[in-house]
Ligand binder design. Structure first.
Ligand code: AMP
Length: 287
């Protein structure tokens, strides 16, 4: 596995592969890799001759009060997991090489970034779009693979790629969950055992939503009310619940705009806090 440290190394790696007739997939990550990330590498391998991961904890997508400094960094373990999966290369730039002194240009995110995560984390998608565009410049790949775990982020990247005419095909991997149903996330390690039990109400609320839809419910207001009730508990019984909900919505699967009836592809999006940990999850609703 080639370890690429600088933008110049990364670019010459990709251009060399392509010159020799090989297609290249890239999987951008912030490290602390789990099976969700690795599933994206597997997708990259299926579609391209070479796959490169990137590991970079991107400071510009964190607000000053967020967990940039505490964000888990497990580089040695990440590299050995990527190596054992047969990853061909990994780009591990320093902050100073991605954001040298005086670097002030940024990307204005597309409209699909405005709500939900964009509302609760106002700087987030500007930072995400900027770093992803910069990574695509460093690694001018054929395919890039993102996870549906960050559903809105995936839609934001797809829109940016379309709006800016980037010649890169975006693929999406399904959410990988732990055996208890919790979507894998680098931030799950912040949860205590008790918090993890509470967090399980998030996937459970999405399961309940799907069964309500299967039973014929099509009214989005009622579905959202029931999602919220499941997440927050009834306040009477001691059933598990989250501590707060930023949003729990059912929206158009593509535009993420509000809908009133389930008459088109839709997605349920949740962001909730358990203790100090903010978790997101989602479920595409197929009729
Ligand atoms: P991150 O390192 O959290 O920035 O995530 C890097 C990529 O992995 C993003 O495209 C995420 O959507 C994806 N990802 C994170 N967790 C999962 C998961 N549980 N299943 C599938 N993809 C995931």
């Amino acid at each position: 596995m080639e370890i690429l440290h600088t933008p110049a190394d990364a670019r010459s790696y990709v251009l060399r592969q392509q010159r020799e007739g090989r297609s290249v997939a890239v999987v951008p990550t912030m490290g602390a890799l789990h099976d969700g990330h690795l599933s994206l590498v597997e997708i990259g391998k299926q579609y391209c001759d070479r796959v490169s991961a990137t590991i970079f904890v991107n400071p510009t997508q964190f607000a000053p009060h967020e967990d940039l400094d505490q964000y888990p960094r497990t580089l040695d373990q990440d590299l050995s997991r990527l190596r054992s999966l047969g990853t061909d290369a990994v780009f591990v730039p320093e902050v100073a090489s991605m954001y040298p002194e005086g670097c002030t240009t940024s990307v204005l995110p597309p409209r699909v970034a405005n709500r939900f995560e964009g509302q609760y984390r106002p700087e987030h998608f500007g930072g995400v779009c900027t770093i992803v565009l910069k990574l695509f410049q460093c690694l001018p790949c054929d395919v890039a693979v993102f996870g549906r775990k960050d559903y809105q982020q995936w839609r934001v990247i797809e829109s940016m790629v379309e709006d800016l005419n980037l010649p890169i095909r975006i693929l999406a991997g399904e959410i990988v969950r732990d055996s208890d149903g919790l979507a894998m996330s680098s931030r799950n390690r912040y949860l205590s055992d008790a918090e993890r039990q509470s967090a399980l109400v998030i996937p459970r609320s999405l399961d309940q939503l799907v069964s309500e839809v299967r039973q014929g419910e099509r009214n989005v207001e009622r579905l959202q009310a029931s999602l919220l009730k499941c997440l927050m508990g009834d306040g009477v019984s001691d059933s598990a619940c989250v501590d707060s909900v930023d949003y729990a919505v059912v929206v158009d699967a593509e535009s993420l705009e509000p809908i009133s009836e389930l008459d088109r592809p839709a997605v349920a999006l949740i962001a909730a806090k358990v203790g100090a940990t903010r978790l997101i999850d989602n479920r595409v609703i197929e009729l």
